[in-house]
Design a protein. Structure first.
Length: 204
């Protein structure tokens, strides 16, 4: 139980894939222009993470070491294709909005890194928990980024206006530069909180 709790702490806080590891930046910055996009990309990536971690863990002793990366990519690509087709079938608007970035989950560093560093060395249960924890950590950051950028850059949340007619959206925030700025501030705030927690001897 303690190991499971520790895995969730790592995925959400101490080893967060975006705020600490700084991986998956392309998808993070490109698809976090709104809360809906951020949530959609986060959940899609989480689904692929969980499924690929489980399968790679199951096959870890059967996959030859020399071709392990190619095998990992093939497994990941299979689940990405399934997620992409499901989005096209049931959430076509979200699929159109995320566009090419759903297929690009195949080369997302977060998924390949967890396959290589964790799923290939641990059992199915731990690998599944790792996929859930890292996926939730990624999704949490995507939701925060998407919400902030949409509110400031468009004056809406999930497409619903949140300010009066007098509000003038700062379009910069839904542009690439706004993504870098918002992510930079979020990382700075996160690091400040973590350092204060460490000084108090109350590590997250």
């Amino acid at each position: 139980m303690n190991k499971t709790v520790q895995q969730f702490k790592e995925g959400l806080f101490t080893n967060n894939p975006v705020l600490v590891q700084l991986v998956g930046m392309c998808a993070t910055l490109a698809t976090s222009t709104s809360l809906e996009n951020g949530l959609g990309m986060g959940l899609a990536t989480t689904a692929v993470l969980i499924c690929s971690n489980i399968v790679i863990s199951l096959l870890r002793k059967l996959i030859p070491n020399k071709i392990r990366i190619a095998c990992y990519i093939l497994i990941i690509a299979s689940f990405v294709t399934a997620v992409d087709l499901l989005l096209q079938a049931f959430l076509p608007d979200l699929s159109d909005s995320l566009g090419l970035f759903i297929p690009l989950i195949v080369v997302n560093c977060i998924i390949l890194a967890r396959a290589e560093s964790f799923a290939s060395k641990n059992g199915v249960f731990r690998s599944a928990i790792d996929g859930i924890a890292m996926g939730l950590g990624f999704t949490l950051v995507m939701v925060i980024l998407g919400a902030v950028r949409e509110i400031i850059g468009a004056g809406t949340i999930l497409g619903v206006p949140v300010f009066g007619d007098g509000f003038h959206p700062v379009m910069l925030f839904i542009m690439p530069a706004g993504g870098f700025l918002t992510l930079g501030v979020l990382i700075a705030v996160f690091q400040a909180i973590m350092k204060k927690a460490e000084k108090r001897g109350n590590n997250i």
